[in-house]
Design a protein around this ligand. Structure first.
Ligand code: S3P
Length: 166
């Protein structure tokens, strides 16, 4: 019985890798953002607009608390999950935490046309990604049981690395 938790920046591939890991292990996959959207009936940008980032973080923590109670699950988190100390504690306590570490340049290329990520709707998204990466990388490392380096390689390679390490 394992709760596997994927963490890392926006565009790191948490959802793609998580779905494949769950398929191979024959367990449920849950994407924390999608669960919040399903529960509220509105998009992540709309939650940010109405409740601000603080409101979104509150919902994220409630959802993480719920999901990490499931014994057999693969969870893809939102990139900012580690910015809430409570989330860091519950992830460390309840799951095997896997950090997908992808360089900022690749993250930028993958997310540059995305309108669904409110934190990147700024004049200089490349710089924003670099700032977020610098601030969060130490937090990801602090909670990670396993760190997988992912560059331009395909998600399948990351899945295999994780499976070999588990
Ligand atoms: C965020 C990442 C997003 C989503 C929200 C905030 C962040 O999830 O939770 O837009 O703070 O990095 P993804 O990492 O799935 O894009």
């Amino acid at each position: 019985m394992t709760c596997l938790i994927l963490i890392g920046m926006m565009g790191a591939g948490k959802t793609t890798v998580g779905k494949e890991l769950a398929r191979r292990r024959n367990v449920r996959f849950a994407d924390c953002d999608h669960e919040i959207v399903a529960r509220t009936g509105v998009s992540v940008p709309t939650i940010f607009e109405i409740e601000g980032e603080t409101g979104f973080r509150r919902r994220e923590t409630l959802m993480m608390d719920e999901l990490t109670r499931e014994p057999d699950i693969v969870i893809a988190t939102g990139g900012g999950v580690v910015t809430t100390p409570e989330n860091r504690d519950l992830m460390r306590e309840r799951g095997v935490v896997i950090y997908l570490n992808v360089p900022p340049q690749v993250l930028f290329e993958r997310t540059r046309h995305d309108r669904n990520r409110p934190l990147l709707q700024v004049e200089n998204p490349r710089q924003r990604i670099e700032e977020l990466y610098l601030a969060r990388d130490p937090l990801y490392r602090e909670v990670a049981d396993l760190i997988v380096e992912g560059g331009r390689g395909n998600p399948g390679a990351m899945v295999r690395m994780i499976e070999n390490a588990l």
